[in-house]
Design a protein around this ligand. Structure first.
Ligand code: GAL
Length: 554
């Protein structure tokens, strides 16, 4: 199906009065839009004065995974400077997962792996800062990182202070070994007061919502209650105690964690309508068939009481809570630290009120299209390209880091045309440009793609408005991004496997017949004066042609 959306005409420089009138009108529209947006947008964007344009830098993960050490990070910083990439904007040197020692120190602080980072992170930050660059680090909103090293859940304040004391400037905060809002299945509860313990079977309690009793041969009473929490299911126990006071509540539950799904069920206890304690995180039971017990103190009245087990929060709210805790902990340090999150949410949810950038897709790998869990460049453009309206100064969609120049065992890598598409489209989407290649040994081609200043200028344009797909036909697409001075960045894209002629109409480009334009080809680095007509190019398979159009006047 063909689609075509014209974009507004490029602004006319000489007509200042008209421009002022238009500016006034558009300010009125902006106010009206802001008012409408305020009615529908739940929260304002995070305002920490950071990431006015999408962050640029390097990250260790895409090429090195866990094979990192302080020499690599230091020499990468040195090469970012000597290659000229730092001067082009690549200034964050980000250490991904696996920098941590397996244990916190005696004061409960995260510490660097003593073998691979013997000088510690502070010394590394000093080296990076001395190069005029900034240091990034990695942790998770979970008990562990994705590589099973210590995570920051429950340690947010201390970890944020530790990072700040080391001189960290950027935190990538991931989502493994984290919390879900569903409770585990409940077998029964017990109440102990003095030396008396009474037990109440789940199947004898009152279920509501999605909660229901199912058979369980290994449970007491032969049954358990499933479907609890996730803002959908609750279980009310009616309990009787002879005297008012503190009792020990035991919740016997079953949760055989699948080692591949690294999350913890969570829930709340409410006694006679009053929330008792914080959100409970349930550790795995020995197996899906064996119970474990969570114990806490509750205050009961003499006679009848109601103990409710539920979780009124959605999964998304639990994530937002946990990511916001680190946001607030970073803010409390007083150090400017860019906050980059991966909430493992791929449905287009914006985390603009929580973070400077948030991942919008599963992990990228150096390939075009993937049928596995990983994402290729074309998959990500399809997914992230639709989300542009969420992006803007200080808050950016993050379609994951760059695979330009990354060679990884088990993956095909990108062709030169695919690499240009990757870089061009990340710029059109106003994405962070975090290089993943080994910059110490990168080829001239990789340096040329990563170092294309004209494409970088599109990415870093201070208006921060992501480009949109204005026309598509079969395998061909036209993308247009409006820039702060009224210029347009244009990508003619071919998703097919043979060369195709791709054409953008004047209406799609926003050019009008009474003007002349300067059209610069951002990859061929050529410019020509153009009277409005179609913009057309023979675009190679999986490739792009990219232009910047500037109005010259009549
Ligand atoms: C993934 C993340 C990757 C990398 C990895 C480290 O969740 O998407 O970019 O950080 O964890 O374990």
């Amino acid at each position: 199906m063909d689609t075509s959306t014209p974009v507004p005409a490029l602004p006319d420089r000489p007509r200042a009065r008209l421009r002022r009138l238009l500016a006034a009108a558009s300010a009125a529209v902006a106010v009206a839009t802001a008012l409408t947006a305020a009615a529908t947008t739940p929260a304002a964007a995070l305002d920490n004065d950071l990431a006015a344009t999408p962050p640029m830098g390097w990250n260790s993960w895409n090429t090195f995974g866990c094979a990192i050490d302080e020499d690599l990070i230091e020499s990468t910083a040195d090469h970012l400077v000597s290659s000229g990439l730092a001067a082009k904007g690549y200034r964050y040197v980000n250490i991904d997962d696996c920098w941590q020692a397996p244990q916190r120190d005696q004061a409960g602080r995260l510490q660097a792996d003593p073998t691979r980072f013997p000088s510690g992170i502070k010394a590394l930050a000093d080296h990076v800062h001395a190069q005029g660059l900034k240091l990034g680090i990695y942790s998770t909103a979970g008990t562990g990182t994705c590589q099973r090293l210590p995570g920051s859940l429950g340690h947010e304040d201390l970890d944020a202070r530790t990072f700040a004391s080391w001189g960290v400037d950027y935190l990538k905060y991931d989502h493994c070994f984290t919390e879900k809002s569903a409770l585990p299945d409940v077998d029964r509860i017990t109440l102990t007061g003095g030396d008396q313990t009474s037990s109440y079977e789940g199947e004898a309690a009152q279920p509501s919502g999605t909660a229901k009793t199912v058979s369980c041969p290994t449970c007491s009473g032969g049954a358990r209650v499933t479907g609890l929490g996730a803002a959908k299911g609750a279980l009310d126990f009616s309990v009787d105690v002879p005297t008012a006071g503190t009792y020990r509540l035991g919740i016997d539950y079953l949760y055989g964690a699948d080692p591949r799904t690294s999350y913890y069920p969570t829930g709340y206890v409410t006694v006679n309508g009053q929330r008792a304690g914080d959100r409970i995180r349930f550790d795995p039971s020995p197996s899906a068939q064996q119970t474990a017990s969570y114990r806490m103190d509750v205050t009961l009245a003499a006679g009848g009481n109601t103990i409710r087990l539920d979780n009124p929060l959605t999964d998304l709210k639990v994530k937002q809570d946990n990511f916001a805790r680190m946001r607030d902990a970073l803010a409390a340090t007083g150090r400017p630290i860019v906050y980059s999150i991966n909430a493992n949410t791929q449905d287009g949810t914006s985390f603009a009120d929580i973070a400077n950038l948030w991942r919008t897709t599963q992990d990228i790998k150096p390939l075009w299209h993937s049928t596995s869990w990983y994402r290729g460049v074309d998959d990500i453009i399809e997914q992230n390209g639709r989300l542009g309206s969420a992006t803007g100064p200080g808050h950016w969609n993050d379609p994951d880091m760059l695979e330009v120049g990354v060679r990884l065992d088990g993956f095909p890598g990108l062709t030169p045309d695919e690499e240009r598409t990757h870089f061009s489209m990340w710029a059109m989407m106003a994405a962070p440009l975090i290089a993943g290649a080994d910059v110490r040994t990168m080829s001239a081609d990789t340096a040329e793609v990563l170092g294309n200043s004209a494409v970088i200028a599109v990415d870093q344009d201070r208006l921060g408005q992501a480009g949109t797909l204005v026309a598509s036909s079969g395998d061909t697409e036209v993308w247009v991004r409006v820039l702060h001075n009224g210029d347009r960045a244009v990508v003619l894209r071919n998703r097919g496997t043979t060369t195709r002629q791709v054409t953008a109409t004047p209406a799609q480009l926003g050019v009008t017949a009474d003007n002349r334009y300067l059209v610069r080809d951002l990859w061929a680095d050529t410019a020509r004066t153009h009277v409005p007509a179609e913009l057309s190019a023979a675009v190679p398979a999986h490739g792009v042609a990219m232009y910047r159009i500037h109005r010259l006047g009549r």
